[in-house]
Design a protein around this ligand. Structure first.
Ligand code: NAD
Length: 521
């Protein structure tokens, strides 16, 4: 009898999966509703991979159409009960959910690092975002306020109030597998809604682990059954959710192409959508900028999360007098970035998510060069490391290259030079997407110009802060092809409720609005 000795990696994988009662190579249900995992989902089995090695981590039983229908039905059942629970008590459950994530922060962060490939500090930050949005939502649960409007009619009161919507369909991307869905569900829950979640099929184990936390916390409470999970391919499971008449709101995070699909599907049945789509984010560095700040922000924005954030810095616009000096600093900083296992403390850049992502990187760079771009740093696929590792790349590009208008979801940074802030703003705004943007300057006039109505056209416009790494207190989202949706803080909660305008007559006359006369006995 031979005993297999586990390698260091195997031990790590065992431990990380074991923390959520999962084991390498096992087959796991990717469907849950009514507060429990379904035992025999109807969809095909899909594999999930370790992006550091390309090896299979586990096999996931995905949802079939009947599972989606059942998940929504169970969500509706839970909604009938949940909407009657006073909002501050709903907030109490969300407080406990936040605590559930606090307790499992390290375990979940390690699982995120393992399956998604982001470095551990960023994975911890991602779980922290869930905790933070829960805290915000708890406070919000006592502030779901409407307003009173002056009525033009005597003895009338005109008010606006907010009610729960129903089952919210959350379709999420691989790159923020728990935080971005969390921005939705934490608010949706305090608003009185329930959830049907279709996560990315690239990060199924992370969503299964999160679902286990939801179950643990909500079991035996009024929120039991409020979370349904349907893992599966977008074209099948996602489409089934989009088409379901019982789902009044779809929160969709993903590529601009996904947004077009969601818009068309929800428009057909007059449902609502919160769209959080691709970005193509620019940092502008003016000649008077603090170059030290700017360098650090650009490296984090372009290389952090291996360039796989919606807010990743994809375009760098330099004012000519400092362009050469800045690029020297930048390439020097790039050289210090260690690429490797995201679970190791010294690693600053982990792998891409998949072999398809590596192909997109390779093809994107080839196309950039074909269109006249000149690679000045990196650009290689690191085949020798195993898994899906690439070097971050910097490309001197021309503004009229068609590929500059696209979001290539990889650590590739286009660089441009300009003479004036006006040119920089025009270039920054010249792409279809409008998510995040940052200007580096020490000049007040330039900063205010950037933030004015004729400045950046993005949903997020920063000064001396990069494009990446927003706080949850502000409303998050972007304009143009980024979809126009807003999530997280500020008044984003309103997207998860239905607005009702109410007129109450406490008099004995029936005056009509606009002075209309309609005399009947
Ligand atoms: P993706 O568009 O490939 O997939 C996103 C989700 O949509 C997945 O769950 C996928 O299965 C699902 N999907 C795909 N086709 C579908 C269909 N026809 N019907 C229903 N669902 C479908 O995106 P990705 O590669 O997972 O993530 C990267 C993209 O997400 C990037 O474009 C990034 O900018 C964007 N993103 C945006 C934000 C934001 O807040 N703006 C946040 C994170 C990621």
């Amino acid at each position: 009898m031979s005993t297999k000795v586990a390698t260091g990696r195997e031990t790590k994988v065992n431990e990380i999966l074991g923390a959520f009662a999962l084991s390498p190579g096992s087959t796991v249900s990717g469907v849950a509703y009514g507060g429990a995992f379904a035992t025999n989902p109807a969809g095909a089995v899909l594999d999930t991979f370790d992006p550091c090695t390309g090896e299979v981590l586990a096999h996931i039983q995905t949802a079939g159409e009947s599972d989606v229908a059942r998940a929504v039905a169970e969500g509706e059942k839970a909604f009938v009960r949940w909407r009657t629970v006073p909002a501050p008590q709903r907030g109490e459950i969300v407080r406990r959910l936040g605590n559930g994530f606090r307790q499992r922060k390290e375990d979940l962060a390690r699982l995120i690092s393992l399956e998604n490939g982001k470095i551990l500090t960023e994975a911890r930050g991602e779980v922290q975002e869930v905790i933070d949005i829960c805290d915000l939502a708890v406070g919000q649960s006592r502030q779901l306020f409407g307003k009173e409007i002056a009525s033009e009619r005597r003895d009338h009161r005109l008010i606006e109030q907010w009610h729960p919507l129903g089952v919210v369909g959350i379709i999420s991307a691989f790159n923020f597998p728990v935080a971005v869905p969390g921005w939705g569900w934490a608010l949706a829950l305090v608003c009185g809604d329930t959830i049907a979640w279709k996560p990315s099929s690239l990060t199924p184990l992370i969503s299964i682990a999160a679902q286990k936390i939801y179950h643990e916390v909500t079991a035996g409470t009024d929120a039991e059954g409020a979370f349904s999970l349907v893992i599966g391919r977008g074209g099948a499971v996602g489409e089934a959710l989009l088409a379901d008449q019982r789902v009044p709101l779809i929160q969709a995070t993903g590529s601009c192409a996904l947004g077009e699909r969601v818009s068309a599907a929800v428009a057909r049945r007059s449902a609502k959508a919160i769209l959080e789509l691709g970005g193509n984010n620019a940092v502008v560095v003016l000649a008077d900028a603090d170059l030290n700040l700017a360098t650090r922000a650009v490296v984090f924005g372009a290389v952090g999360t291996a360039g796989q954030r919606c807010t990743s810095t994809r375009r760098l616009i330099l004012q000519k007098p400092i362009a050469e000096k800045f690029l020297e600093r930048l390439t020097a900083a790039y050289r210090t970035v260690s690429i490797g296992d995201p679970l190791e403390a010294q690693t600053l850049m982990g792998p891409l998510i998949s072999s398809d992502a590596v192909n997109d990187y390779r093809e994107g760079l080839a196309e950039m060069q074909k269109q006249g771009g000149h690679v000045i740093y990196g650009g290689s696929v690191l085949d020798g490391k195993g898994g899906y590792f690439v070097e971050p790349a910097i490309v001197k590009s021309k503004a009229d290259m068609p590929i500059v208008r696209e979001e290539v979801f990889a650590p590739i940074l286009h660089v441009f030079e300009v003479d004036t802030i006006e040119e920089a703003i025009e270039l920054s705004n010249s792409v279809p997407q409008g998510l995040s943007s940052g200007l580096f300057t020490t000049n007040l006039t330039s900063a205010e110009r950037w933030l004015s109505a004729t400045g950046s056209d993005c949903g997020i416009a920063n000064v001396n802060v990069g494009t990446s790494g927003a706080e949850i207190g502000g409303a998050f989202g972007g304009e143009k092809a980024t979809g126009g949706g807003r999530q997280a803080g500020s008044d984003a909660w309103k997207g998860y409720m239905r607005r009702q305008t109410c007129t109450i007559n406490y008099g004995s006359e029936l005056p009509l609005a606009q002075g209309v006369s309609f005399p009947v006995d």
